[in-house]
Design a protein around this ligand. Sequence first.
Ligand SMILES: Nc1ncnc2c1ncn2[C@@H]1O[C@H](COP(=O)(O)OP(=O)(O)OP(=O)(O)O)[C@@H](O)[C@H]1O
Ligand SMILES: [Mg+2]
Length: 155
Amino acid sequence: MKQKLLNECIMRFPALSRNESISRSAAAGFAAQTDPKASDIAAVKIAVSEAVTNAVVHAYRNESRAEKRVVEMTMRLYEGGLLKIIIKDRGSGIADIEQAMKPEFSTAPESEERSGLGFTVMSSFMDKVKVRSAVGKGTSVILEKQLSTYEDEKQ
Ligand SMILES: Nc1ncnc2c1ncn2[C@@H]1O[C@H](COP(=O)(O)OP(=O)(O)OP(=O)(O)O)[C@@H](O)[C@H]1O
Ligand SMILES: [Mg+2]
């Protein structure tokens, strides 16, 4: 059965590294509306940070037109406390998603010193991580987490 959508918030911003912390804080604020455990909010912040950083650093490597370098974050809260956050770019896309999600796989140049662990981190902090991508069209990362609340813990 489909859960009822309780709230939705959409943010669109240029793919700039300063927007990593802004989007992370926005996601924390959105998640906080159900008064979940602090560890849930921390988990959401970490996962969003990894997904937005990927859009900022990888998606637009071959795109010099500033107006094209855009990231959109959609946050949805469903009845029962299910949180879904979609981070979407219209950049290069990922040719092999399975390979990209493997630990320690990275296409970044060595000078950037990336560890290739972003997707692994997202998966360990969220219940589900889905990636939809098309080469030349862009990538959407869908993060899902059932937020727990202090009320849940009492039951
Ligand atoms: N939004 C995106 N657009 C294009 N390619 C992406 C995107 N997100 C991830 N990738 C590809 O998937 C690879 C793996 O991503 P992941 O976040 O796991 O590692 P990383 O970003 O390379 O390193 P780290 O996250 O540890 O700094 C990237 O190196 C890149 O090739
Ligand atoms: Mg990464």
